[in-house]
Design a protein around this ligand. Structure first.
Ligand code: Z5A
Length: 210
């Protein structure tokens, strides 16, 4: 077993299909003999899931302000990293997370307009230099993703924002990916589910040399 396992994150805008591909990533590693733990953000532990409920449920009486949203994302992330991700990695397991820190850069940074330097300062407090070994960024045009989410039928508090918000998020993801090509692999997620799965397996094989 490896001394430290791999930490893999899946990222992208609304309806990009990343959650659908989590089992494909898990199976890739299991076939190669790894134990796999799947989690998600915000959430993934009992307490972090409670924070998720505050973040994603719209309160009819009180809006969650942008700074509170950001702080709660990092509270949930600190809890997840310390109590779940790091201990499993230390046992040589692979941890796969449906969203992680790149979502904060895209949603709270590009989307809400919070300066990236402020986000970086909070990240340092919450998780220090801890980062994924590889991030798969699922790339679909905003309109395609939103049509998939409409077809699915329900929207949480953050998903209720308008198309300009999601356009800013899209550019936030892509700008980061283009400036961090070693960390982030962009997956063309416009094909059908089987086509995207094939690209996921191809990318993992090329990037991780397993
Ligand atoms: N958020 C944030 O603001 N800041 C942060 O730091 C973090 C998160 C970590 C979490 O919501 C929200 O928190 C999210 C970002 C914010 N909100 N927004 N808006 P979530 O966890 O409930 O949901 P999500 O991550 O946004 O999306 P999801 O529901 O998991 O969807 P997805 O991963 O993008 O896609 P999917 O579930 O795999 O697929 C969506 C639909 O499309 C579904 O019906 C599929 O069957 C279909 N699908 C999937 N792939 C395909 C292909 N290839 N073709 C056609 N149809 C497909």
């Amino acid at each position: 077993m490896a001394e430290r396992g791999f930490f893999i994150t899946l990222e992208g805008g609304e309806g990009c299909g990343k959650t659908t591909q989590v089992p494909v990533v898990a199976e890739f590693f299991r076939k190669r003999g790894f134990e796999v733990v799947c989690t998600r953000e915000p959430g993934g532990t009992k307490l972090a899931e409670q924070i998720r409920a505050v973040l994603l449920t719209k309160d009819p009486d009180e809006d969650l302000c942008d700074k509170s949203e950001l702080l709660l994302m990092y509270a949930a992330r600190a809890q997840l990293v310390e109590t779940l991700i790091k201990p499993h990695l230390a046992q040589g397991k692979v941890v796969i997370s449906d969203r992680f820190d790149l979502s904060t850069i895209a949603y709270q940074g590009a989307g809400r307009g919070i300066p990236l330097a402020e986000i970086a300062a909070l990240r340092q407090v919450a998780i220090g230099d801890f980062a994924p070994d590889l991030t798969l960024l699922f790339d679909v045009p905003v309109a395609t993703g939103m049509a998939r989410m409409r077809a699915r039928g329900h929207a949480d508090r953050i998903e209720q924002a308008g198309p300009e918000f999601f356009a800013r998020i899209y550019h936030g993801f892509m700008d980061y990916a283009q400036s961090h090509p070693e960390q982030v692999a962009i997956i063309d997620a416009t094909g059908d589910i089987a086509q995207v799965s094939a690209l996921v397996e191809q990318t993992l094989t090329q990037r991780l040399k397993l």
